[in-house]
Design a protein around this ligand. Sequence first.
Ligand code: GLU
Length: 427
Amino acid sequence: MTYPAGIPSYLQADQLGPWGIYLQQVDRVIPYLGHLARWSETLKRPKRILIVDVPIHMDDGSVAHFEGYRVQHSTTRGPGKGGVRFHQDVTLSEVMALSAWMSIKNAAVNVPYGGAKGGIRVDPKTLSPGELERITRRYTSEIGIIIGPTKDIPAPDVNTNEQIMAWMMDTYSMNEGSTATGVVTGKPLALGGSLGRRDATGRGVFTVGVEAARHLGLEIAGSRVAVQGFGNVGGVAARLFAQAGARVVAVQDHGGTIYRDTGLDVPALLAHVAMTGTVAGFAQAEVMPSDHFWEVTCDIMIPAALETQITEHNAGRIKARMVIEGANGPTTPAADDILQARNILVVPDVIANAGGVTVSYFEWVQDFSSFFWSEDEINARLVRIIKEAFTSVWEVAQDKKVSLRTATFIVACSRILHARELRGLYP
Ligand code: GLU
């Protein structure tokens, strides 16, 4: 990767950090971009980065300050779009990478958005409900200068949910003086949310899984599935795979790793997690040391938690036939190469987990038209978009003899840079 002199320091990220990983992924695709490569530097520089101080009153009477971010990587194809995560390890490098992956994802499924992402460096489990509401509202107020229904539309991500979206919508609307439902997606149904949004990311993971399995000649019924992360993505995907007859043999989350060779009872596990917050302590399973998770004999492995989980240290031990990335950025480029050499298919995040933002797009369209669709209609449109996107990147991968990730980046980066070229530079 080469930079012209005078590159801003925050772009010179650690090669091993998420932004460094994203830059390596872009570098792999530049040779395939033809004349559009002239514009490729655009992809390596976020359009706009906002770092905010988020001070709140704590319940004990003190004032605490938190770091907040909103990065708009690209608004070339439409408004910024992407979630907000609350996590104690959030960094600028991470939010920059996540915002860039949103640009790629939105272009890959061809929804008319750029890419953005936000985050607050906080462990929300340590906050009371009142503190959580205050941090959400102050953060929204601080980023209010750059978000808006036609500017940048946040959504849920790790540790954020419908209630947090309701507070964000309300805070933005109070500052604007009118109710703006289209400023965030992933809202409660009663506030302009969409049917099907809650399950959309997991449903997209399942849909690409079925498509990829068909190409590999793998039957979903009877296949063995291992899932890391059992939240809104991993939990829903596990449920849908189990309903299709797959055996979910291993699940790992922040609390522990559990295993059952004949397949876990997924509905019972979902009920256990809803009660306790973790898969740990689930009675009908064996406990497994966390590192053994990657060695589980399975057909389909679904990392659906955080970034950089599959690295050069464990990629050689994975026994799956395919990896479907429910999380954003779970596989490093070095691990990608190992998996490719071992003939393990990786369905990349930017297509595998695009179901969430696809139904976010439906929600935004419904809010603008104030006309709401049925759940069947939403699911049918979602499945169609995801299948079409998967088929076109599969063909590019075959044609150019590249991985599905590089193929998806070729399709997405070409769309972004074609739009960039048409728009030109202003002034
Ligand atoms: N946070 C989700 C993602 O990473 C959804 C973003 C959205 O709906 O805007 O794709």
